[in-house]
Design a binder for this molecule. Structure first.
Ligand SMILES: [Zn+2]
Length: 77
């Protein structure tokens, strides 16, 4: 099963959860959830989302929230 119309990762709201978690291939980045079949929404973390998922997502290199003023002009080739 690999539906192309659905994103394979994104923010989802598990049953009974009080925060949104970021899921990749059905498992949350924070490790709290290992299965999720709901709707996923791609995008940066929002206030109130799972902090551990947010940190894990930032470490993966996802586009951070535009609030951070620190900009590195580092050119790698
Ligand atoms: Zn989480």
């Amino acid at each position: 099963m690999n539906p192309r119309s659905k994103p394979s990762e994104g923010w989802g709201w598990p049953l009974l959860a009080i925060k949104q978690h970021y899921f990749v291939d059905g498992a949350s980045l924070c490790g709290a959830y290992t299965a999720f079949g709901g709707v996923l929404e791609a995008g940066p973390a929002l206030a109130g989302d799972c902090g551990r998922c947010t940190h894990a997502l930032e470490r993966r290199g996802a586009p951070p929230a535009p609030a951070a003023p620190a900009v590195r002009s580092e050119a790698r080739h």
